[in-house]
Design a protein around this ligand. Structure first.
Ligand code: TYD
Length: 134
């Protein structure tokens, strides 16, 4: 996959005097069925999350609280996406190297992956990622 496949996904929303509700439904907002969710919070401003690629997993990242930056890299080009709107998630296809950085102190990102956790599916070695994307 290439950076051209990275895209924003607008969530569904219902905003009224009681507050804000956002939703993601398979087929409407999400291009896959969810077998797992996780979230990341309390990330020191100088720390990086991610720093890996995925052989098969796709994922949507939603900045539920605060802001953070996703650096996406397909082995040829690199692009940064500032996640600052909880109504909008970033879709990352497989074979994209990603780092998540510059969390605001309150930052919480919700991760919506297409697969259960499987370490064998991760590419954690940058040299291997470059070999596979060459
Ligand atoms: P890690 O992959 O380092 O997180 P990041 O997304 O920032 O790269 O994950 C840290 C540890 O958590 C690692 O040992 C695997 C474990 N983990 C699970 O057990 N289940 C999960 O769903 C996830 C995302 C991680």
């Amino acid at each position: 996959m290439s950076l051209a496949d990275v895209r924003w996904i607008d969530l569904g929303s219902h905003l009224d005097a009681r507050g804000e509700l956002y939703f993601a439904e398979v087929g409407k907002h999400l291009p896959f069925v969810l077998p797992r969710v996780y979230f990341i919070r309390n990330v020191p401003n100088d720390k990086l999350r991610g720093t890996h690629g995925h052989r098969t997993l796709e994922q949507v990242v939603v900045p539920v609280v605060g802001q953070m930056t996703v650096v996406a890299d397909d082995g040829k080009n690199v692009r940064e996406y500032r996640l600052d709107n909880p109504a909008r998630g970033l879709f990352l296809p497989k074979m994209i190297w990603r780092e998540i950085k510059d969390f605001t102190p309150d930052g919480v990102c919700l991760l919506l992956p297409s697969e259960k956790y499987d370490e064998a599916e991760y590419i954690r070695d940058r040299a291997e990622f470059e070999r596979l994307t060459r």
